[in-house]
Design a protein around this ligand. Structure first.
Ligand code: ACO
Length: 359
């Protein structure tokens, strides 16, 4: 038995490889360095999904196909659904995604790829008492997402920074949400069901729910001098420091530096980055002192928080933006599971009481 399935191999994949000892991430044959900052969301979707979906559009047709999917979702779901706005953004995005008819077609996949881009800005605006903004089919998915959020077409630097983020988090081995998506896909429930499973696993604070609390932590710390006492007190209470530690990486998560580079290129307000770097250094030093046997390093979520904040997303929506990037991976893994995998059905060992023998 392996607690948390640690070190269990449950799939052969051509999609990504996480080298936790060397701190390297390979996606579809390319290192993260070769992809982040050089590849758009649309190109990444084609790279990962093209081989798994017959009828996937040619590279030059992907932007228009995705834009058409965004427009379709806006008309058929955003403008017609009545939303329980007491729910948080990720629950609302999940609820709206569940309204897409299930299936295995390329149209279903394109709608799922477009869904968080359309639904995230729409639910944020509705929760703020504002009308959702319709998609602009002439824009890239990253630029249109930012435009639907703010009402203003972003500059190329902002769109490029969001593309960098979405590509950086597109896939990461058999993480919890990807495994959940593969389990559901293995039952042949359909791509919508697989993606809903992915969103549900992603939203937990130990996985894709961590970056919102990173912002809370930075706000609560407030100044570099307060970092050490605040972090010590949090660990004394038994809290985990969000944005640190990883099941696979025993060195720094390579995605953290890809995102830090994107923040610098964005030219965002530097005071926030200076505070974050001070908090990061203090946290790493304290974690080394307190957990000398366990290598706890910065993970992707720490700089995710700063980048998405700089792009104008509120912390409660960070997980939705993560889902926008990771849907590409969920869909590709779902298709890979269907193409070659059996129904996922592991064994358990019963350790409960046995029935009394008949007297
Ligand atoms: N802060 C403080 N202590 C930590 C942290 C942390 N961030 N992470 C792990 N530890 C400690 C645990 O308390 C435990 O200590 P113990 O052995 O004395 O009980 C030890 O390190 C091992 O922890 P596990 O939970 O067994 O390690 P696991 O590999 O399951 O943890 C995880 C990985 C869940 C990411 C963990 O590091 C964590 O909770 N981090 C904070 C949340 C976070 O940043 N999540 C995002 C991860 S990246 C992603 O999913 C996209």
């Amino acid at each position: 038995m392996s607690n948390g399935l640690e070190n269990i191999v449950a799939a052969h994949t051509v999609l990504s490889h996480v080298d936790g000892a060397a701190g390297r991430l390979i996606i579809c044959g390319h290192s993260l360095d070769e992809l982040a900052g050089r590849t758009s969301f649309e190109q990444m979707a084609g790279r990962m999904l093209g081989g798994f979906l017959p009828d996937w559009p040619t590279p030059d047709a992907v932007p228009a196909a995705l834009a058409a999917a965004r427009c379709d979702l806006f008309e058929t779901i955003v403008q017609t659904a009545s939303l329980p706005l007491r729910l948080g953004p990720v629950e609302l995005v999940r609820a709206l995604t569940a309204l897409i008819p299930d299936g295995e077609s390329v149209e279903t996949a394109l709608k799922l790829l477009a869904a968080p881009a359309v639904f995230t800005p729409a639910v944020l605006r509705l929760r703020a008492g504002l009308d959702p903004i319709a998609p602009d089919a002439t824009l890239s998915q990253a630029a249109d997402t930012l435009r639907m959020l703010t009402g203003t077409t972003p500059g190329p630097q902002q769109a490029a920074a969001l593309d960098t983020y979405l590509v950086t988090v597109a896939d990461h081995g058999l993480n919890a949400s990807t495994f959940a998506a593969r389990v559901v896909a293995s039952t042949r429930a359909g791509l919508v069901s697989a993606v809903l499973a992915g969103i549900s696993a992603l939203k937990g604070p130990l996985h894709g729910g961590a970056p919102g609390p990173v912002i809370d932590m930075l706000d609560a710390i407030g100044s570099a001098q307060n970092a050490r006492p605040w972090l010590e007190a949090a660990l004394d209470r038994g809290d985990r420091l969000m944005g640190f530690g990883h099941r696979i990486y025993r060195v720094r998560d390579p995605r953290a530096d890809a995102l830090k580079g994107a923040i610098r290129e964005l030219g965002a307000e530097t005071g926030r980055l200076v505070l974050a770097e001070a908090v990061e250094q203090a946290a790493l030093a304290i974690l080394r002192e307190r957990k000398p046997d366990r290598t706890l390093e910065t993970n992707v979520e720490f700089y995710t928080a700063l980048l998405l904040e700089a792009l104008g997303f509120p912390p409660e929506a960070f997980t939705c933006v993560f889902a926008l990037g990771r849907t590409t991976g969920w869909l590709a893994h779902a298709r890979e599971q269907i193409a070659g995998g059996k129904l996922v059905r592991p064994q358990s060992v019963y350790v409960g009481p046995r029935p009394q023998a008949a007297a």
